[in-house]
Design a protein around this ligand. Structure first.
Ligand code: G6P
Length: 529
């Protein structure tokens, strides 16, 4: 394509959305002129399904649930008055609670004001809060956020060491929709132990965000924690960032959550448009469809050129891959759908994997995010007339062109600046896009049947570990994994038994001792004395 026709293609296909200070450029995708027209009937069907979803239909059919994250920022849209009221009341309670924390109305046990918060959660109960916290942090944040988002003991030690003596002035927010996620439970128990060790009353530092009457909800109620905020079954974990899950930590950090909600609501309003050329979520969904043939054949590489957006791709990984990565379509046919997401930030990633994007496998499309405002203050000239921000911009443009020269495809989202409003808009843009794309490929984006298998298998490993320890204690001698498995009548699980014992033996305080040889089948395990 000649430079002039590229410019024409850019002008024709640029979707300008001044309402949210955002534009989407699809000119560097390779679709032909007729593609959008051919897809229009499918797109119209997707709009109709989205309207039904927003109207309160049981869009998550497999679980018999409504899908209501859009109501969170426009409560008047909620299909029932009680839902609308709950959303509004929760928001008021969040603002009031934050006011009391910030103003010293609620103090820590030793009467000091809270200066840090420890957020314990995983998946949708961590990724959104982490993204927002990092994207919108400032040196003046009234509460500094820390996260326990795993059951990694060493990881937890690191976080607790960072908090150190400030634990007494740290608010703990335990987030779990189900209230029974093991990683989160473990993080909470470890945090409880840390408070106990310092003679502090955990309940006076803790609050919960969870489903009504969940295990966590009952614990928080029985122990008299500071507050409990609701999660509703009509909000999925990965789309919960505009519920208390994302709003409460953000507000405590001093982030303007009203602006974040306004940005999301404004983006929702314009991505409800059924005129595809002016709907950036629809255009993006169509580009995903085009790029991957409607079968996810290309990976989505997220390249935001702004450090503050580093965690966006991690957040989107769950939003897209848990929503779209499905074995069956809505009619129960095997389709094995999905779109893989990876990426960190530009220009940093140019020095890592962009080589492959330009010269290697052509199995991706890039989504660049450009932030027009470089920084709040004026910039140093690193070369005559040129700033660091000019370089960042130049690297984005350069990579986009270099990829295009090799026929490699990209989308470019431009936003004015990074602020709460824009972050809200970006979140809403991708949520809507995922929903529309799911309709285009006929899958349920709102359940996650595949996640259970790994959790169940992990439960079985923990059970087996208990059995093993009892067995080895009773045997009182050194045995190979094979002998133990046979003794337990579980020969089919010999490898698992070996792995469990090897792990225990690597942690001397767990009491399992190993005598090693060069052949693993000869390793002999016993309970130490
Ligand atoms: O919020 P929770 O109930 O603790 O769930 C945390 C996460 O658990 C699972 O992995 C689900 O697949 C995620 O969608 C969810 O976000």
């Amino acid at each position: 394509m000649t430079p002039t026709s590229l410019w024409e293609r850019y002008c024709q296909s640029l979707c300008l959305c001044p309402e949210i200070g955002l534009s989407l450029d699809i000119s560097r995708m390779n679709h032909d002129d007729g593609f959008l027209e051919r897809m229009e009937p499918a797109m119209q069907k997707a709009y109709a399904e989205m309207a039904a979803l927003e109207g309160g239909a049981q869009a998550n059919q497999d679980e018999g649930r409504m899908v209501g994250h859009y109501w969170l920022r426009t409560p008047s849209l909620a299909p029932r008055d009680d839902i609308r009221r709950e959303i509004e009341e929760t928001l008021e309670r969040i603002l009031l609670f934050c006011h009391r924390i910030h103003s010293g109305g609620i103090t820590s046990q030793n009467s000091g004001s809270f200066t840090r918060m420890l957020i314990i959660g995983i998946g949708g109960s961590a990724l959104g809060p982490q993204f927002v916290a990092d994207a919108l942090s400032s040196p003046n944040d009234p509460l500094k956020p820390h996260f326990l988002d795993n059951t990694d003991p060493d990881g937890m030690d690191r976080v607790m060491a960072e908090i150190g003596d400030d634990l007494a002035r740290t608010l703990v927010i335990v987030i779990s929709k189900s209230g029974s996620t093991k990683e989160t439970r473990n993080g909470m128990l470890e945090a409880m132990a840390a408070y106990r060790q310092r003679g502090l009353d955990f309940a006076r530092h803790a609050l919960a965000i969870t489903g009504k009457d969940s295990q966590l909800d009952r614990l928080a109620r029985d122990q008299g924690w500071l507050e409990r905020f609701p999660m509703w079954d009509w909000v999925g974990g990965r789309t919960s960032v505009t519920s208390a899950v994302g709003l409460l930590p953000a507000a405590l950090q001093g982030i303007d959550i009203s602006a974040l909600l306004q940005g999301a609501a404004a983006c929702d309003a314009l991505t409800r448009r059924t005129e595809t050329s002016s709907n950036p979520a629809a255009l993006m969904a169509l580009m995903w469809h085009y790029a991957g043939n409607g079968r996810g054949e290309r990976d989505l590489v997220m390249l935001p050129y702004r450090d503050r957006l580093l965690l966006f791709s991690r957040y989107l990984q769950q939003l897209l891959m848990e929503s779209l990565g499905k074995e069956l379509d809505r009619e129960g046919r095997i389709v094995n759908q999905g779109i893989a997401v990876y990426g960190n930030k530009g220009s940093t990633d140019q020095h890592a994997y962009v080589q492959q994007l330009r010269d290697g496998l052509d199995n991706f499309f890039v989504t660049f995010i450009q932030v027009l405002r470089d920084r709040d203050a004026s910039s140093l000239e690193v070369e005559e007339g040129v700033t660091s921000g000019d370089f960042l911009f130049g690297f984005l443009q350069g990579t986009r062109t270099a990829l295009h020269d090799k026929g490699r495809q990209s989308l470019t989202i431009s936003v004015e600046r990074i602020d709460p409003f824009t972050i809200g808009a970006l979140i809403a843009l991708f949520e809507r896009c995922v929903g529309l794309y799911a309709s285009l490929i006929n899958i349920n984006a709102y359940h996650q049947p595949g996640v259970e298998a790994g959790k169940k298998a992990a439960g079985a490993v923990i059970e087996l570990q208990r059995e093993l320890r009892d067995y080895l204690t009773a045997q009182g001698r050194a045995m190979t994994a094979g002998e133990i498995a046979a003794g337990l009548g579980r020969s089919e699980r010999t490898e698992e038994i070996f792995a469990i014992l090897r792990h225990l033996a690597a942690n001397p305080e767990r009491g399992v001792v190993v005598e090693r040889t060069s052949a693993v089948e000869e390793w002999r395990f016993s309970m130490g004395t």
